[in-house]
Design a protein around this ligand. Sequence first.
Ligand code: SAH
Ligand code: SF4
Ligand code: F3S
Length: 483
Amino acid sequence: MMSYLCKNQKSEIMAELLQKVQDETRQGEAYAPFKDELNVFDKKFYIESYGCQMNFSDSEIVASILHEQGFGATRNFEEADLILLNTCSIREKAEQTVRNRLHAFRKVKDNNPGMLIGVLGCMAERLKAKFLEEEKLVDIVVGPDAYRSLPGLITEAEGGQKSVNVLLSRDETYADISPVRLDSNGVTAFVSIMRGCNNMCTFCVVPFTRGRERSRDAESIVNECQNLFDRGFREVTLLGQNVDSYYFTATTGENVNFADLLEKVALISPLLRIRFSTSHPKDITDDVLHTMAKHHNICKYIHLPVQSGNTRILQLMNRTYTREWYLSKVKRIREIMPDCGLSTDVISGFCTETEDDHQDTLSVMENSRFDMAYMFSYSERPGTLAARRYEDDITEDVKKRRLTEIINLQNAHSRESYKNDIGKTFEVLIEGNSKKSDKDWSGRNSQNKMVVFPKNNMPLKKGDYVQVNITSATSATLLGEMV
Ligand code: SAH
Ligand code: SF4
Ligand code: F3S
């Protein structure tokens, strides 16, 4: 039986759906519009990003492309003409999160049939047109190198046609597109310096979803950082899957490697902090470490994914370094920068991993004493070299138990690392109010640790640097007092 709902009933249903969808948002982040721009645009888009910082950075490029087309961003998806999900394929669970999210939007779209739903990013690239068959409510599928074609794809979709562009490129870097910083704290920003990845780590889907590695024009990177600094930003994070292999030859013939690029950005201003991610143990050079040590404003923090502490497993993963090589890199970092913060990524239960191999991972952690780590159990990804070559032979229970051991050990190391900072004084860049109280500031030290301290009615603001003496610590935050 067909029934019509009155306006109140409709808005009640909408409110309920809104709550449900919001409840289901955990990793996703919606971008807020610049308030004064809200009325300038004819149409509104809503975007959520999943996965790595690169995806969040890409969403800012997409926002810029859509702004040009008269779309303003909204944080409220129920008023959007276009909902976009920028997706991640790195693990099975990341894809499941996106699918759940799409199902939550289904009901919202039923109430607003004109609304378009687009899927961007790595899952779009991996599944291509198959996405349209698997998830009927999706109208647009766009891969990471095809965002410039979004306006045309939206027009097609508005005409009722499903549209797809998942072409990968060898040279697209979006160098000329000025990203729209929508949900920014106005202090820290991501700047993409390269795209794709030429490493073929056997577990990893990224080379398939992001294509060949290419470096962005160094001048456009420096200009973007300068522009951010001029607008009041005080920290840039240079992004790439393997920043140490950055290499760009300018039209002048000048060759710029990653150490050169770091230096160029560091020279913009001593007040602009520089971070970067991710470093690959096989490629990080002494040159980079010395450049970091030379410039106060290049943060003393390196994210150096180890993945496993066992050389045989590292070989199966095609990481192209050994356990000893990794440990010697850690030693080198500590020699050149004794105060450098260090974090890592670890995978438990890769194909054929024995208990002894797992113990090697724990012992590499003991040796390296990471301040922080991202830890995962192996998730086989269709199409990867590991999926084609090796059997995913470690049971979920074993993967989980090993992961728990890894997490417990890391928690102990993190607690110790944070406790060791008590009594030290750090320079902290204020990023905003602390999550818990607007009477406290929060920001990070050079080593990337979050520091929270009372405002004490001092005339300070976001983007200011302050010296903070650490008085206590949890395993993820330092607490202190300004000095
Ligand atoms: N380019 C970065 C990592 C990008 S992916 C690097 O080379 O270090 C981020 C992390 O996800 C990886 O470091 C790895 O630890 C994890 N990861 C990637 N593929 C995975 C998989 N199939 N299963 C579990 N974890 C995975
Ligand atoms: Fe994946 Fe390896 Fe490339 Fe990192 S370096 S993105 S883990 S293939
Ligand atoms: Fe995920 Fe793609 Fe990044 S697979 S981790 S969003 S490069």
